[in-house]
Design a protein around this ligand. Structure first.
Ligand code: RB5
Length: 145
């Protein structure tokens, strides 16, 4: 399993912290940028990450901006992406079990680093439950057309 991770400047520090966690845990990842605190536009990084997930270059993605809102909106504009903005571990688990989220968004200026790692760790361990949830996800795809 390879995890894509991308952020704007508002999410850069948390991205680097999560990468340290990946290194420590031996989790394979691909960094889609940004690579500094210089101001950039979050849709560019959300789009690169979302396209990486869709193409199969990575299996899942983590998108980070200041609030997590802008980059999650951008990711969700890419057809086939289900990006869930998570600020707690319960939502992180449910976003996979019920919504089969293929990208999780985090707010780098909102949550603490330790909570972010717990959220990421639970999100990575969670499994989609299928069944009635599959039907509902298919209805989301129908909306995309
Ligand atoms: C950048 O200042 C900030 O707007 C961005 O990181 C994000 O919070 C947008 O939703």
């Amino acid at each position: 399993m390879k995890i894509g991770i991308g952020s704007d400047h508002g999410g850069f520090e948390l991205k680097e912290h999560i990468k340290d966690y990946f290194e420590k845990e031996g989790i394979d990842y691909l960094d889609y940028g940004t690579n500094s605190l210089d101001s950039v536009d979050y849709p560019d990084y959300g789009r690169k990450l979302a396209e990486g997930v869709l193409s199969g270059e990575v299996d899942k993605g983590i998108a980070i901006c200041g609030t997590g809102i802008g980059i999650s909106i951008a990711c969700n504009k890419v057809k086939g992406i289900r990006c869930a903005l998570c600020g707690d571990t319960y939502s992180a688990r449910m976003s996979v079990e019920h919504n089969n989220a293929n990208i999780m968004a985090l707010g780098g200026r909102v949550i603490g680093k330790d909570l972010a790692i717990e959220i990421v760790s639970i999100w990575l361990k969670s499994q989609f439950q299928g069944g009635r949830h599959e039907r509902r996800i298919n209805k989301i795809s129908d909306i995309e057309g």
